[in-house]
Write a protein of this length. Structure first.
Length: 268
């Protein structure tokens, strides 16, 4: 079904052009016993260590889609916000959410970071941003986060792990990719729970669910999260169990919520 699997350990630090140690990409082919670290374009050109930046990761995914590669990419950050946010801002679908989010958090722009938006250092609809922060408690969880023991709220900033910062830095790049490649890319489950066989697919993952299944060896923690993600997806495919992961046992009402909030692949 897929030509390759990608595990992306994400980081929301600094700006989209900052090369970040916490931003790691690993790839595996179907049937392969291991996974290989993807080099950034700068690293490949210079034959010297050079970390990825967020823009490069998005551009590489676009290139793979347009070249016809059918990949399944697991990305380690939240793809949406709790359903209460949709009601508060009269949003009825994920594409509308993306437009609304990027208007207030333009963290895809070259010199804009999450912290600069939070501190009001850039021009943006300030009143709406204040409303979003003040009316949402820091412990607000999406349904998929409530189904795990370790996931944190996408609003919980300034703590170790910075999952909120990664989400607020990464969501605008999901919209960018969607705008760039259109329906050649399937964002699960927002574009449907059934995964098409002729498209690349991007899913949200939570590496702590499966990172202990694989020996860490000499990898740094961020590297191992990306490695474990891609190994788990490839393993599930080899066992014939991957398709079931796209159909978590949710009630119809829970599915409606998850199609707004998103779902972590592997949470059941």
């Amino acid at each position: 079904m897929f030509d390759c699997f990608l595990g992306i350990g994400y980081s929301g630090a600094q700006t989209p052009l900052t090369r970040l140690k916490g931003l790691q990409v690993y790839a595996a082919r179907p049937g392969a016993r291991g996974a290989q670290r993807w080099e950034s374009a700068r690293e490949a050109d210079r034959c010297a260590p050079a970390h990825w930046n967020r823009r490069e990761v998005a551009e590489r995914l676009r290139t793979e889609v347009l070249s016809g590669t059918r990949f399944l990419a697991g990305v380690d950050h939240g793809f949406s916000l709790p359903v209460a946010h949709f009601g508060r801002h009269q949003l009825n679908a994920w594409p509308a959410f993306l437009d609304h989010f990027v208007a207030h958090w333009p963290t895809h722009l070259d010199r804009v970071g999450v912290d600069s938006v939070r501190r009001g250092l850039i021009q943006q609809p300030r009143s709406a941003w204040v409303s979003l922060q003040q009316k949402t408690t820091h412990d607000a969880l999406r349904l998929t986060e409530r189904w795990t023991a370790s996931a944190r709220s996408v609003f919980l900033f300034d703590v170790q792990g910075v999952s909120a910062k990664a989400a607020h830095a990464g969501i605008p790049w999901l919209k960018w990719l969607r705008d760039e490649v259109g329906d050649r890319l399937h964002f699960w489950p927002f574009d449907g729970w059934q995964v098409p066989g002729d498209k690349s697919v991007i899913v949200e993952v939570h590496p702590s669910i499966f990172r202990r299944r694989y020996a860490r060896e000499r990898r740094e923690p961020d590297e191992h999260d990306a490695y474990a993600t891609v190994r788990w997806m490839a393993d599930m495919a080899a066992r014939g169990a991957l398709e079931a992961c796209f159909q978590p046992p949710l009630t119809p009402m829970e599915r409606d919520v998850a199609q707004l909030e998103g779902w972590m692949l592997g949470v059941r």
